[in-house]
Write a new protein. Structure first.
Lengths: 399, 81
């Protein structure tokens, strides 16, 4: 397991909390099945041999997002005790300053900053220990996601009390998505009109009836859902300066998508052919280089009011990520303003904003095209692929 | 170039920092003080990186006569649930 990028809140789990421009090895953690990286905290779902899965959290804890009943930063991965030993967590999600946990039995727990209603408990309180969202009752939650100030929960049908063994994962038309937290940019998908309020109780996302969805995604003020047949719906903040989408919109494309990663202003899409496409890539890799002429162009487009009229998603806004010819990609991840991928040959590549070393290339420069990250000389490239995970300004590569 | 335009109502008042804040993609916070707002400053900077945002606000809201209760993003939220 390796990490790099912004580290001053302890999010890299290193003894020395500072930025790292090159991959740093992290020894002595149990095998990781999933990492969720937020604004400056990390939640790890581990699978120790012959033991039940365990959750570790570290990084910024100022609003209780680490779940340890305190408000302190912690650079040390610390096991999260759950209310009951009977609860087994199967998925974790991290927002800017909040966290969500999905249990095997389909219950959703949240903790951290609740000031926008993003914990879903019917108030605006923050919680420093995971608390179950009671309003879902016995509905079996299948997937979770956390954005900057909102959260999404996917239901695929089924009830928790009868769900464990015989729950069918292919009940067509039963899917629904619930969102809570800030909905100002349309990221909850609750109304065709712009909403100003905050929603502290889960609200049904409209316009997804009949979809067979596999996963929900959130980051920044973006939301997305991926369907079983590889279609992508997005809602929330518009890409490349387009107007916000208050309701989910199908991305018109003949491509079949298998993985999705959202940033604050871009989305990465992996196809079944191992190709990577990007939405909203106009400024990706250009944040700190004012010399580039297209930056000015991008600026003038964004402030132009007539841009709103071209808000319909079209295939033209989907761009193939350059510089990957001859490489098949197997895994993608997106930070707020940077991106990471893993190729079939085991290479880890990064591009985008690099000011905090989040690209792991040994410098703080931005990159427009994916660049290979070097892990030193002891990497067995062709065995056991890395998986990549990105927080706002940092990156993890895990075997 | 400004990273984003952010309305003051979307910023949070941070008592500890004495500033209105908004998340920066680096993980830290864009910050601007009431004093800066009173002077007409509209750039909120991040202490950890080179990025900054443009704050959209009405200067009149920060005149001495009526600014005592202005807490921006910490105004009582409207629940429409």
């Amino acid at each position: 397991m390796w990490c790099w990028g912004a580290g001053t809140d302890g999010q890299l789990a290193l003894a020395n909390p500072q930025d790292q421009h090159l991959p740093q090895p992290l020894p002595s953690l149990p095998p990781i099945s999933q990492l969720a990286c937020g604004g400056a905290h990390v939640i790890a779902l581990t699978k120790p041999p012959n033991k039940p899965p365990q959750i570790l959290t570290w990084g910024r804890g100022a609003t209780g997002q680490l779940g340890h009943a305190h408000l302190l930063n912690s650079p040390s991965p610390t096991p999260l005790p759950l209310h009951s030993s009977a609860i087994t967590i199967s998925r974790v999600a991290a927002g800017w300053n909040h966290s969500a946990f999905l249990s095997h039995s389909g219950a959703v727990f949240t903790c951290g900053d609740g000031s926008f209603g993003q914990l879903g408990h019917g108030d605006f309180q923050s919680h420093s220990r995971p608390l179950q969202i009671s309003s879902f009752g016995d509905k079996f939650a299948a997937h979770i996601a956390c954005g900057m100030r909102h959260s999404l929960v996917l239901f695929r049908g089924g009830m928790r009390n009868s769900a464990l063994a015989c729950f069918s994962l292919s009940e067509l038309g039963c899917c629904s998505v619930y969102g809570f937290g800030s909905g100002k940019r349309g990221q909850l998908g609750v109304s065709k009109d712009k909403v100003r309020g905050l929603f502290n109780v889960p609200q049904l996302t409209l316009g997804l009836d009949g979809l067979d969805a596999t996963a929900v995604f959130a980051n920044g003020d973006h939301s997305a859902v991926l369907t079983v047949d590889g279609h992508l719906y997005t809602w929330g903040r518009g890409f490349n300066g387009a107007s916000d989408a208050n309701l989910p919109r199908l991305l018109p494309s003949r491509l079949k998508f298998t993985q999705v990663a959202l940033g604050w202003n871009h989305a990465l899409l992996l196809t079944d052919e191992g190709e990577v496409y990007m939405l909203g890539g106009d400024r990706h890799g250009m944040l700190t280089d004012p010399q580039k002429p297209t930056l000015e162009q991008s600026s003038s487009i964004q402030s132009s009011p007539c841009q709103a009229s071209s808000s319909n998603a079209s295939e033209s806004e989907l761009e193939r990520v350059p510089g990957l010819i001859g490489r098949k990609v197997v895994n993608i991840a997106a930070g707020a303003e940077h991106s990471a991928l893993v190729t079939e040959n085991g290479e880890v590549m990064t591009w985008g904003w690099g000011e905090h070393g989040q690209l792991g290339l040994g410098n703080t420069e931005d990159q427009r095209n994916p660049q290979v990250v070097e892990f030193g000389n002891k990497v067995d490239k062709y065995h056991n692929h890395y998986r990549v995970f990105c927080g706002s300004g940092f990156t993890f590569a895990v075997k | 170039m400004s990273y984003d335009d952010v309305e003051i109502e979307d910023m949070e008042w941070n008592e500890e920092l004495g500033a209105f804040t908004y998340p920066c993609p680096c993980g830290d916070l864009f910050q601007i003080t009431k004093e800066e707002l009173k002077l007409g400053e509209e750039i909120a900077r991040c202490p950890s990186c080179s990025l900054y945002i443009t704050v959209i606000y009405n200067m009149d809201d920060f005149n001495d006569s009526n600014n005592t209760n202005n807490k921006g993003g910490l105004q009582p939220p409207i629940s429409v649930a």
